[in-house]
Design a protein around this ligand. Structure first.
Ligand code: PLP
Length: 491
């Protein structure tokens, strides 16, 4: 070997000693499997000490560090201080738990380093397979398009953009919205996720163009109020274009009356979108699917495989009934993305024609592995099980006089609180105390003006012992916080 070829060989980032890397890699794999296997013995979450935060305040390293040393830092300073959504005691926000199968598939995807923007490769075919499965599951036609995205926030934005193009024609892409002279308005319930409003903002329609429709007692969008809001906007010269129903609201798991919205959207000629971020995959469960009736009539559905689908982050998805409208919203010619009938540039349209991302990871692989390995039936059972646990938690709350249920339990989300004076402040303190204890991890929300302890049971690992631990911790911290406040008050 000449000096030049030796230097060229050394420029690669591959290891000099593959055997050593192999052994280290196996240790890293074992460590993650240990983490998942033994997660029940660990706290859900623990606050990171300052010394650990300081580890991430270092200058850019100029020289190599041994992989084993970097991995040691991961085990010591990163892994113990994650948010804990893999843990069965995690019930905050709406987070999926992930699976070992998804983790392994993610490693395979990273190994391939596939870029799913397009081109003639089977990884793109895997994504198309998922699109076909979603079409089947949701009762959408074969002409529907689908795309993996980061999450439902992005999926909702894509839906707003496609609906805008459907309303104003594809000339809007060149001319911008103002050229049409029309003022578009959209509709979503007061219980809709904030990313719907954000999508209106990002799409250039403006936050004010979203009409926030009040909810009924069941926390569903009030259809009468929706109907009159549309009529009023028409009278005032607006162009109503988009209704976002929610299937599984973030606060309480409410499912809007999807059939009524579908009927109204059809009568009014509006785009019917569903934010089914976690709820839409309820279609996998024969018990839950009937409650999602109307989903099959949507023009588009946004949802996440990373919530109820348990696929590791991130794996959001958008499906659009009119695939050509979806294509017309995003596809752009570019000389360097020219398509061919064979060779590597064949197989048009490509995923990059259906969204803003050109380079995209292989999210489809971990989703494909998850659905293959567990099967739709088992996935559906694990989803239904989280709803049964929601009912179990509800029963425990109702049977405990010190606790108050604050909202109906539709699916897997339970909102409640500890009864006491100054309940908002006390319950916020209870939630912080529970989180810091590491025993369980609920979050909070506001229900009818009251601060609620909110438990969203999404994780397939959660069982009744985790629910019991949440109740016990709520009562214990509630009693002691109230006791402390009273004794301070009388000092
Ligand atoms: C989680 C959630 C979102 C946001 O989804 P991301 O994947 O976090 O972007 C939107 N809507 C609802 C109802 C949600 O539960």
């Amino acid at each position: 070997m000449t000096k030049e070829t030796r230097e060229l060989a050394q420029a690669s980032l591959d290891p000099a000693d593959w055997q050593a890397l192999r052994e280290q890699g196996h240790r890293m794999l074992d460590d993650m499997l240990d983490y998942l296997e033994q997660i029940r013995q660990q706290p859900v979450w623990q606050p990171a000490p300052q010394a650990v935060r300081d580890v991430f305040q270092q200058p850019l390293p100029q020289q190599p560090t041994d992989l084993a040393v970097v991995h040691e830092t991961f085990m010591h300073d990163i892994l113990p201080y994650a948010i804990g959504n893999a843990h069965p005691g995690f019930m905050g926000w709406v987070h999926g738990g992930g699976t070992p199968v998804g983790m392994l598939a993610e490693m395979l995807a990273a190994g391939l380093n596939a870029n799913l923007g397009g081109r003639n490769q089977i990884p793109v075919e895997v994504e198309r397979q998922i699109v076909r499965w979603v079409q089947d599951l949701f009762g959408f036609p074969e002409t529907a398009s689908g795309l993996f995205v980061t999450g439902t926030s992005m999926a909702n934005l894509i839906a707003v953009l496609v609906a805008r193009t459907a309303t104003l024609g594809s000339a809007v892409r060149a001319q911008g919205m103002a050229a049409s002279g029309r003022r578009l308005t959209a509709y979503a319930s007061a219980g809709a996720h904030g990313c719907i409003a954000q999508a209106m903002d990002l799409a250039g329609l403006g936050l004010n163009a979203l009409r926030v429709i009040p909810m009924n007692e069941q926390f569903q969008m009030d259809i009468a109020a929706l109907t009159s809001a549309i009529a009023q906007d028409r009278e005032q010269g607006y162009t109503p274009f988009f209704i976002a129903g929610t299937a599984g609201s973030v606060d309480v798991g409410a499912i809007d009356d999807l059939v009524a919205i579908a009927d109204l959207a059809k009568r009014e000629g509006l785009w019917f979108h569903i934010d089914g971020a976690y709820g839409a995959l309820g279609m996998l469960s024969p018990e839950l699917a009937p409650r999602l009736t109307g989903l099959e009539r949507a023009d588009s559905v946004a949802f996440d495989f990373h919530k109820w689908g348990q696929v590791p982050y991130d794996a959001g998805f958008i499906i659009v009934r009119d695939g050509s409208m979806h294509y017309d919203t995003f596809a752009s010619p570019a000389a360097y993305l020219r398509r061919e009938t064979c060779g590597m540039a064949a197989g048009s349209p490509w995923p990059c024609d259906f969204g803003p991302d050109l380079s995209r990871g292989f999210r489809a692989l971990k989703t494909w592995f998850t659905l293959q390995v567990y099967g739709a039936e088992q996935m559906g059972r694990s989803i239904a099980r989280t709803c049964e646990l929601g009912q179990y938690l509800k029963q425990r709350i109702v049977a405990t006089p010190a606790l108050e249920l604050l909202a109906p339990v539709n699916l897997n989300i339970v909102c409640f609180r500890y009864r006491c004076d100054d309940a908002d402040a006390v319950n916020a303190a209870i939630v912080m105390a529970i989180q810091e204890s590491g025993v369980a991890a609920p979050s909070t929300t506001i229900i009818n003006g009251k601060l609620a302890i909110r438990a969203a049971i999404v994780n397939h690992r959660t069982d009744t012992t985790n629910i019991d631990a949440l109740i016990t911790a709520t009562l214990k911290f509630g009693d002691s916080i109230v006791h402390d406040r009273n004794s301070h008050g009388t000092e």
